[in-house]
Design a protein around this ligand. Structure first.
Ligand SMILES: *Cc1c(COP(=O)(O)O)cnc(C)c1O
Length: 392
């Protein structure tokens, strides 16, 4: 294989770039997780994670990718046969719903008329009124497959206005550390998060933040569980983990939180918005009036600040363009998931990124559109520069 020179520009919506200081922080010999040294590290790292989640409640942690946290959260909060409502956003809401069904939960989807727009919040209220026995509402904060985010306070309000006391479960895997998220203030009952997206860590840890209300429900839920059992975890050291603890991950997490707090959570959120807007300016220019690639998400107030999904014109394969970007320019982008395969390219702009990295990615994509003969308006990178210069 030909040598690839320079650094790869990694523009996937997860996993994401790992800052050098996190890599350095994790380059540590094994220590005994029962030692006092580790206890201090654990408390620092998890204390920081709670500040990022904006919660003072419990957080349970697993040696598993985000799917593990999906599973943990379901098995700890429900009993077989319980009904849960799933707010359809796209590939990830489908995946979580399919998992719930395999565990013997009854699922009812609040169907989106279309993945490009998602559901109206009023439809959640209506669905809960039809099925007042629903025990939970599952919702993906930022749908990584379509580049659409939901307004969680609106979801909370939709549940409250139905008079339902269903738990609100939120997947924050591609929003935490990138988009605004307030666990306590927004009345979330369980938040699922993972290490390898906004937290800029390697893949391998995920976690659930849990409200006091959800902990009460947990106490009487009867789903079979062991490795993921929060009650078991509560009996062990740190009250948050089962089995051998991946100590290296916690050096990384402590450094991740340090970086986030150095920039400031608000600074992190505005940077993500700025970079996302730069990407959107480029895509809108490519759309032009020539039927070029366009923003997949059609709701202006739901455009994701952590990932942009770009819909390709009929007859052009997004994977061919991705392949060109990777092979010729060493730029890695995300593809379309599920039924969007070949139709969508996803540019991840979450985690450790700056303007030149975004412009480099956009430049490679624009060149790849040209090479593949995909019709597009010229000057997408210029439009991004124009905006980013102004917003700097
Ligand atoms: C990445 C992602 C997942 C899956 O997480 P894994 O770590 O790959 O298991 C789930 N939900 C969302 C919204 C994601 O972006």
């Amino acid at each position: 294989m030909a040598r690839k020179t320079g650094r790869q520009f990694f523009a996937n919506p997860g996993p994401t770039n790992i800052p050098d200081s996190i890599l350095r922080a994790m380059d540590r010999p094994t220590i005994d997780f029962m030692d006092g040294e580790f206890a201090e590290l654990f408390n620092t790292a998890v204390g920081g994670l709670k500040r990022v989640l904006r919660t003072t409640g419990d957080v349970f942690i697993y040696t598993a990718s985000g799917h593990g946290s999906w599973e943990a959260t379901l098995v700890n909060l429900f009993s077989p046969g319980d009904l849960v409502l799933v707010v359809e956003t796209g590939w990830f809401s489908e995946g979580w719903a399919a998992m719930a069904a395999k565990f013997g939960l009854r699922t009812k989807t609040v169907a989106a008329p279309d993945w490009r727009r998602g559901v109206e919040y009023a439809a959640i209220t209506a669905a809960l009124k039809e099925t007042p026995e629903a025990k939970g509402v599952l919702c993906v904060h930022n749908e990584t497959a379509t580049g659409m985010m939901l307004d969680l306070p609106s979801v909370r309000a939709a549940i409250d206005s139905a008079g339902s006391d269903a738990l609100l479960l939120v997947d924050t895997i591609s929003s935490l550390g990138s988009l605004e998220f307030r666990f306590d203030d927004w009345g979330i009952d369980a938040a699922v998060g993972g290490s390898q997206k906004g937290l800029m860590l390697p893949t391998g840890c995920s976690f659930t933040a849990v409200s006091a209300k959800a902990m009460k429900v947990h106490a009487s839920s009867t789903m079979a569980r062991h490795y993921f059992d929060w009650s078991e975890m509560t009996k062990r050291s740190f009250r948050a983990f089962m089995g051998t603890i991946p100590t290296g991950m916690f050096y990384g997490l402590a450094e991740s939180v340090r970086l986030i707090e150095l920039e400031g959570l608000d600074g992190v959120i505005t940077r993500h918005h700025r970079l996302a807007e730069g990407v959107r300016r480029a895509v809108r220019t490519w759309s032009g009036n020539v039927g070029g690639p366009e923003l997949f998400c059609l709701s202006p107030d739901r455009l994701s600040d952590s990932v942009t999904a770009i819909k390709f014109p009929e007859g052009f394969n997004s994977d061919a363009v991705r392949k060109t970007a990777l092979e010729k320019f060493n730029v890695s982008t995300g593809g379309g998931l599920g039924k969007l395969g070949g139709q969508v390219m996803r540019i991840g702009h979450l985690g450790d990124l700056n303007e030149p990295m975004i412009l480099g990615t956009l430049g490679a994509v624009e060149m790849s559109l040209k090479i593949n003969g995909v019709p597009h308006g010229r000057g997408g990178v210029d439009a991004a520069m124009e905006y980013l210069a102004e917003a700097a």
